[in-house]
Design a protein around this ligand. Structure first.
Ligand code: ADP
Ligand code: MG
Length: 698
């Protein structure tokens, strides 16, 4: 095979293995593989991490004093004047227009390095000496024949290097590929669109990202490539959604006035406007044969359960079954309890199906599910395992809690295609809603139900601890209850600074709050004991509940209006907000006290945001910013292709535009069959593989 870069009659394309590029070969190909570069196309997408801008080489005759210039010429002569008070090394360099004197003070080290006949490139400032132009102390590089053609030596991209491949080597290899691939890079969009969107051509973008002539061009190149990357990602999501909607069908669920009022009678309160809006969206979705694919998001305690239960009862009213799935068995148990509250005396049959069942109980449960005798089954994702067969599954409700992601959802989709409602326990930032959850329609509960007292949050430093305890005593005397939350059960590591719940419980009950009933609850207790303590707390027999986060109980005890979070600097923002959601559940004012001492700036910002805001959406945005896109938005973790140049946080405007256009394209030409979409389709397949099922409709 001919090597890429020998401008002969090369036959290769973007999918050619990088090994065949001139200067690569098998050994370097292996190193490239560790950088995620396998093909010529990957090489083009191996973007610089930084850029240098050096002026175009100038001709010697045109040099003006005080200009910063780059020149290329031949070394004519050299001389070291060591006898001077200030010794200097002098060279005369010529090009086809003139001769220039170059001076390096104290340049003795240059003897033996610079010799007549060498090609040299210099960069520095022009000065006048006795009416002659000269460069003083310039940067320089000796050029071999190869470099003579590339005055770009000092400028252009700086690449993320690794052992065995320097940035400069990568740059050289990429520059070869760039020359040769120019004709291979397809344009995705037509002129009018590019003009409207203010985007430059794709080919230019690839040329300039590696070797931009100036900052402005670089910015344009980045913008175009970021857009394409986001566009392809959104296109993948749009197609995934399209496939679910059009290649599978669910049982349409009709909602009559009679059904509606029958369901609403279950709730001991009027639904909020937000809840009603979400329900309307869900009802519209479920009325269709196309499966619903909706994300329901709202803050802790905003009333999502009620909305989800409405959907469940609608499915049941339409003679279908419902599966409610949580990430863990504990959470499944909580969901079961919370729907039990509403379904107390109803005819709807429901069942908790978890690993705790005996073999016989499980068999019996499976039979009931299989025969259709059970209407609502609550459990973990294991519910979708092969041995759980439903008679007629109409709706799946998934409490996601950030734990699944696009790919897992697609996996679930393969097994069942009923209506699907995904819930998130914490509000998700808009960027995440458009990416990790980007294949879903979104319903939002923004305002919590009425009757919620304000929650005042304070950051308590160690010297205010006693004052805080005094305050808590007052609240307890007024017959309110309190939670104390600790990061760990026993202080195994970092014993010095992590307050262990167990130790602290002893201290609280014997020294700090001896006149009150203080109980400990943690994940390793027998479940019967846990139940008992919870129920006593609910009844008000226990004043203070000391717990670890392990027990992220979805407890609903409105009379508990105080929460102390010990070592609050160790908790993430989402978790703090989640915990705080347990108070503020009655009209009375609630207090969240964050006990923390820290010098960590990020931890401090988290605590500050908590004291400032009760808005879950605002907190989620801050969280994203503080944690950075890396952790929270690792696209791979969510089953999306990695982003090489765009950032969903920083390029939000582009993301919005890309999303809109991608979804429009799919509605126009769902399988991208039209000739003008061929290149987009090819690029998409290269990115997603067949995860979106494009290949089967080739
Ligand atoms: P989420 O699931 O979003 O955390 P829930 O559905 O569990 O919220 O509701 C939290 C609390 O608010 C529950 O005690 C519930 O009974 C109550 N609630 C929900 N909707 C309303 C409403 N419209 N009016 C009054 N209380 C409500
Ligand atoms: Mg809930």
């Amino acid at each position: 095979m001919t090597e890429v870069g020998e401008k002969s009659h090369i036959k290769f394309d973007l999918s050619t293995p990088v090994q065949f590029v001139k200067g690569v070969g098998p050994a370097r190909a292996e190193i490239f593989a560790t950088l995620g570069v396998a093909t010529v196309g990957d090489l083009l997408e191996y973007f610089p991490r930084d850029w240098n801008f050096v002026p175009e080489p100038a001709k010697i005759r045109q040099l003006q004093p005080n200009q910063t210039v780059t020149i290329i010429g031949m070394v004519e002569s050299t001389d070291y004047q060591s006898y001077r008070r200030q010794p200097f090394f002098e060279a005369l360099v010529s090009d086809d227009t003139g001769v220039c004197r170059i001076v390096w003070f104290h340049g003795g080290y240059l003897r033996g390095q610079l010799e007549p006949g060498q090609l040299i490139m210099l960069s520095g400032k022009v000065t006048l000496y006795k009416h002659q132009r000269q460069l003083t102390n310039p940067k320089f590089v000796l050029l071999d024949q190869d470099h003579a053609q590339s005055p770009d030596y000092f400028s252009g991209g700086v690449y993320p290097a690794c052992k065995g491949l320097t940035s400069r080597q990568i740059k050289k290899i990429i520059s070869r590929v760039r020359d040769a691939t120019d004709q291979l890079i397809p344009e995705f969009y037509d002129r009018p669109f590019l003009e409207r969107a203010g985007l430059i051509g794709r080919k230019d973008a690839f040329a300039w990202i590696h070797m931009p002539p100036d900052e402005q061009t670089l910015a344009q190149a980045k913008r175009r490539l970021k857009y394409d990357e986001l566009f392809l990602m959104q296109l993948g999501l749009a197609l995934r959604r399209y496939k679910v909607q059009h290649f599978s069908s669910a049982a349409p669920c009709e909602c009559s006035d009679e059904i509606d009022s029958r369901i609403r009678r279950r709730f001991p309160f009027l639904l909020t406007e937000d809840q009603n809006d979400c329900i309307a969206e869900i009802v519209a979705d479920m009325g269709k044969r196309e499966p619903m694919n909706r994300l329901l998001q709202g803050d802790v305690g905003s009333g999502k359960t009620v909305v989800a239960l409405y959907a469940a009862l609608l499915a049941v009213a339409n003679k279908t079954q419902v599966a409610i799935m949580a990430p863990t068995e504990i959470l499944a148990g909580q969901h079961f309890l919370s729907i039990e509250r509403y379904l107390n005396d109803s005819n709807v049959t429901r069942r908790l199906l978890t690993g705790g069942l005996t073999g016989r109980q499980r068999n019996e449960a499976l039979k009931a599910v299989g025969s259709g005798a059970t209407d609502i089954v609550v459990g973990t994702v294991a519910l979708l395992q092969a041995d759980v067969a439903f008679k007629e599954l109409g709706l799946v409700i998934i409490d996601e809690q950030h734990k699944f992601g696009v790919e897992q959802r697609a996996e679930l989709r393969k097994q069942v295609t009923p209506h699907c409602l995904v819930m998130t326990a914490t509000p998700i930032p808009r960027t995440l809603a458009m990416t990790a959850f980007g294949d879903l329609d979104v319903s939002v509960i923004r305002h919590s139900p009425p009757g919620r007292g304000a929650v005042v949050t304070r950051w308590v430093s160690p010297h205010d601890r006693q004052k805080a305890y005094a305050f808590i005593r007052e609240r307890l005397k007024a017959k309110k209850q309190a939670y104390f939350v600790y990061p760990r059960i026993t202080a195994v590591e970092q014993a010095g600074d992590v307050k262990a719940a167990t130790d602290e419980w002893e201290c609280l009950s014997t020294k700090v709050l001896p006149e009150f009933t203080v109980e400990l609850l943690h994940g390793q207790m027998p479940s019967a004991k846990k139940q008992q303590i919870m129920s006593e707390f609910r009844k008000g027999k226990v004043d203070v509940l000391v717990s670890t986060v392990v027990v992220e109980v979805g407890v609903d005890v409105p009379n508990a209006t105080v929460m102390v979070i010990e070592g609050a600097d160790r908790f993430g923002l989402a978790q703090l907000h989640q915990l705080r959601g347990r108070i503020g559940r009655s009209e009375a004012k609630s207090y969240c006290l964050l006990f923390a001492q820290t010098d960590n700036e990020t931890a401090k910002s988290r605590l500050e945001i908590m004291t400032r805001s009760n808005d879950g959406f605002e907190i989620a945005e801050h969280d994203l910013r503080l944690r950075g896109p890396g952790e929270m938005l690792s696209t791979r973790q969510h089953g999306l292709p990695d982003l090489k140049i765009a950032s969903i946080v920083d390029d939000f405007e582009l993301l919005v535009m890309a999303r809109k256009n991608a979804f429009e394209l799919v509605s126009e030409d769902p399988m991208l069959r039209r000739a003008e979409h061929k290149d987009i389709r090819t690029a998409l397949l290269a990115k997603f593989g067949d995860a979106i099922g494009l290949a089967d409709v080739a």
